[in-house]
Design a binder for this molecule. Structure first.
Ligand SMILES: O=C(O)CCC(=O)C(=O)O
Ligand SMILES: [Fe+2]
Length: 200
């Protein structure tokens, strides 16, 4: 376990053991059953290649009207609670007085990617964003507070945890591609990223 700091992003390499990674997949099963993954639409009308769902009081959602947090899955059900095993990682790695209100579950299939963006749908940027990588490797790109300029990329592997706080909180970031079937954690392959955020 080693912590790298790149542009203010804290990257905890191999933070979770294989056993802990497997335990997280198990606690995610009932979540995915209750609130199945869906493909959000972006304002321009296209579908995102990443499929997603959420746990917690609020879930991240996007459609032609734009992106925002909402209290319900698109099919109407409330989001399930964030499993305690996931909350424990937030408690261990962030020094904050709040619990996360959203655990976004991103699923990247073979050709999924996430373009460079800032996380700025939350009310208070003094709280960090924490993200957990599970399954296939993902090429993570870290940029600047404004679009453009130089960026640095790094492969995130299963069990890595990134904390985006302080100077990194509003920096552009994205996932250029995944190395499909590079991990055996998910029998059908793919990458899961869990992103924890204080929303209100
Ligand atoms: O998949 C990742 O590692 C990043 C996900 C992300 O940036 C987001 O959901 O806002
Ligand atoms: Fe993000």
């Amino acid at each position: 376990m080693v912590m790298l700091r790149v542009r203010g992003f804290e990257i905890h390499k191999s933070y979770l053991s294989l056993q802990e990674q497997q335990a997280l997949i198990e606690v995610l099963r009932p979540v995915l059953k209750a609130v199945p993954l869906f493909s959000p639409t972006v304002a321009s009308g296209g579908k995102m290649s990443v499929r997603m769902t959420s746990a917690g009081r609020y879930g991240w959602y996007s459609d032609e009207q734009g992106h925002r947090y909402q209290a319900h899955h698109p099919k109407g059900q409330h989001w399930p609670e964030i499993p305690p095993e996931i909350l424990n990682i937030w408690r261990a790695l962030t020094q904050t007085d709040r619990e996360p209100e959203c655990c976004l579950v991103n699923y990247y299939g073979e050709n999924a990617r996430m373009g460079l963006h800032q996380d700025r749908d939350e009310a208070d940027f003094s709280y960090p964003v924490l993200s957990i990588s599970l399954g296939d490797d993902g090429l993570y790109r870290m940029g600047n507070e404004t679009r453009g300029g130089k960026s640095e990329s790094l492969w995130l592997n299963s069990g890595d945890v990134v904390v985006m706080g302080g100077e990194a909180r509003l920096k552009y970031h994205g996932v250029d591609r995944i190395r499909f079937k590079s991990s055996r954690l998910l029998p059908k392959g793919g990458r899961i990223n869990l992103t924890l955020r204080v929303v209100t």
